[in-house]
Design a binder for this molecule. Sequence first.
Ligand code: CO
Ligand code: CO
Ligand code: CO
Length: 319
Amino acid sequence: MCSLTLKKDPNLLVGIEGSDDAGIYRLTDDIALIQTLDFFTPIVDDPFDFGRIAAANALSDVYAMGGRPLTAMNIVCFPIKDMDKSILSSILQGGLEIIHQAGAVMVGGHSVEDPELKYGLSVTGIVHPKKFLTNAGAKPGDLLILTKPLGTGILATALKASELSKNAALHATEQMATLNKDAAEVMSEVGVSACTDITGFGLLGHCLEMAKASYVGIRIDTQKVPIIPEVKTFAAMGLIPGGSYANQKFYLKDLWIDSNVDSILLDILFDPQTSGGLLISVPKNKALALVQNLKKRNVLSANIIGSIENKTPGTVRCY
Ligand code: CO
Ligand code: CO
Ligand code: CO
């Protein structure tokens, strides 16, 4: 993004160059640190739910690298003059609930006064220095698995336009507050080639990042991509976040789209996700076991959505 002059360090296993989910730094032959941070403005009305979602989202980058979170610190921007302090304590309570669900501990944080409320976490985790996952390990012949359905950006847009039913809002909230912990544990048990989590670039943006980093082509079977039920209706109404169009514009030149993939579906495939699922590249002979084990652990939307190809590296083709 900005051209920084970086110092070389043999223990820095993953730095900022590869647009990966988190940094990884080797401490010993058996332990490497995973470090990441994420914070944003509220995307749901309830402060407790906002806290849960922000925490699940921040923790996700540790899971996407195949690691285990240990500690978390709160990042808070709060309009203390205009907003009741009880709102802040609900946000922090929500965050804490998810941090504890992750098996991590809260060790501190920092807050500043800001006219616009923001919350998130800095998370530290660990992983074996030879066993972490990046988006650069996808191999031709692998199959691609997505663990959560798409559409949270579109549902958040519908919520702002007061178009969302109570039921749909609840569904979206629970999905975003769900940790990628179970998915990551199953993934480590089965053994996979590459992983990333789906966030701001949308499914196809993150697929393209994986295709470039792994120097492979990716085929997506769009009919197999899990989508939250209500999302297609809202997308057809034009309730698409600006980020989806920005993603399409940015990534379009490396995409090939079959004529039966319509523009509404494309809007969904580029919808920026908050606390989205894991995108996993797995050897073909392990793919079925991975999906079955994910479902056993209640990752019910997990599905095979495409494959890694030998041709046209750095591109994605949608059928
Ligand atoms: Co990420
Ligand atoms: Co992140
Ligand atoms: Co990663």
